[in-house]
Write a protein that binds this ligand. Structure first.
Ligand code: SF4
Length: 356
């Protein structure tokens, strides 16, 4: 899939046809009776220095995506090619010793700063361990790095001798960010990094993350369910539904003119800070279907207000829009699906005018 590229940027992480299935075990003998298809054929290239936002409802595969590209869990199949300074290498076949270098370059920040820090360890000890694992053998050097990392997130370096319970939620998340950055990564996977924080603190942490990205040239994968937060942070956004990408575009295009009916519904729930603009909220009926028994054809057809006959039969492919080749959408309302015997096709706008 060719994708938009930040000017002057290089590919950092190429993900191809990534799948992650979990077995459903049942009975006394714990036999596999089915599969939870948490990720299906996810492909994208992440460019150095960009922020890729990942959005969707709970259970759409966002967190599985983050954990799988971080190799916290092994993919069922697919390619994960990371660009090291010496060249690209496939991660799924690397030895655990070689993976140490990848783990230094890619770090993760988790949703809950309260459980991410061990309550019985001082902040110093929580930082010291990853630094030692990644080859910072000198205690003085480690102490200096911890102090600098805390300063970088606007915390007093003396806090390293305190325990997690002595900090507020916002301070703990800053500490988690500092810990992720202390080993000098190139990319950070942020899984709902502000959703456990008070709204008043969220903006401070988001601005801090943006500043750090500028200063350190970081690449972010930013996973969140709050679309306004994702829009604020991201250069490009990928919308997921039942383990698949259904739409992907740069942040402005996606928010100005969403193409997939699921994205349209998600965005209709985002408040606009203006009393002059009125927006009709699209209520999505029902819950996300089970990833064990996905609907046939387009898996969104059970909830889609534009669904046509073809939608429950043929699965739409993720294809670029004819007039915007960096905007990808998987929906029968767009493009020429004639290979599947489908006549082309209405746009969502025309469909809306005629039928709703
Ligand atoms: Fe809706 Fe059909 Fe498009 Fe799926 S393919 S999103 S059901 S219009």
């Amino acid at each position: 899939m060719s994708e938009a590229k930040l000017s002057g940027s290089q590919p950092l992480f190429e993900i191809k046809n990534l799948k992650k299935y979990y077995p459903v075990l049942s009975g006394f003998l714990r036999k596999t009776t089915g599969w939870v298809k948490a990720l299906e054929d996810v492909s994208l290239t992440i460019w150095a220095g960009e922020t890729v936002g990942v959005v969707g409802e709970s259970g759409c595969g966002k967190t599985t995506f983050g954990k799988t590209i971080m190799l916290l869990q092994h993919p069922t199949s697919g390619e994960l090619r990371f660009h090291f300074p010496e060249g690209p290498r496939e991660l799924t076949t690397m030895s655990s010793k070689d993976l140490l270098s990848f783990r230094r370059r890619v770090q993760m920040i988790f949703q809950d700063p309260f459980s991410a820090l061990n309550p019985s360890k001082r902040i110093f000890d929580s930082f010291d361990e990853p630094l030692r694992v990644h080859g910072h053998g000198n205690p003085k050097e480690r102490k200096d790095i911890i102090a600098q990392s805390l300063e970088m997130v606007n915390l007093n370096p003396d806090y390293m001798y305190r325990y997690p319970h002595e900090f507020s939620g916002g301070q703990r998340q800053r500490i988690c960010i500092a810990r992720a950055l202390c080993i000098d990564p190139e990319m950070v996977i942020c899984d709902e990094p502000v959703s456990a924080l008070d709204v008043s603190i969220q903006a401070q942490v988001l601005n801090l993350m943006k500043d750090l990205q500028r200063q350190l040239g970081l690449t972010y994968v930013f996973i969140a369910h709050d679309l306004s937060v994702v829009q604020y942070m991201s250069d490009r956004i990928m919308v997921m539904y039942l383990g698949k990408i259904v739409e992907m575009a740069d942040s402005l295009s996606l928010y100005d003119a969403p193409k997939h009916p699921y994205t349209e519904a998600l965005l209709s729930a985002v408040p606009i800070p203006s009393i002059d603009v009125k927006k009709k909220r699209i209520i999505l009926e029902g819950d996300v279907p089970s990833p064990i028994h996905k609907p046939s054809g387009c898996s969104f057809h059970t909830r889609c207000r534009y669904a046509m006959e073809i939608c429950s039969v043929n699965e739409p492919k993720l294809v670029p829009l004819a007039d915007s080749p960096t905007h990808f959408v998987a929906c029968h309302l767009y493009g020429d699906d004639s290979k599947n015997g489908v006549t082309p096709i209405l746009t969502m706008e025309k469909h809306r005018e005629g039928n709703l």
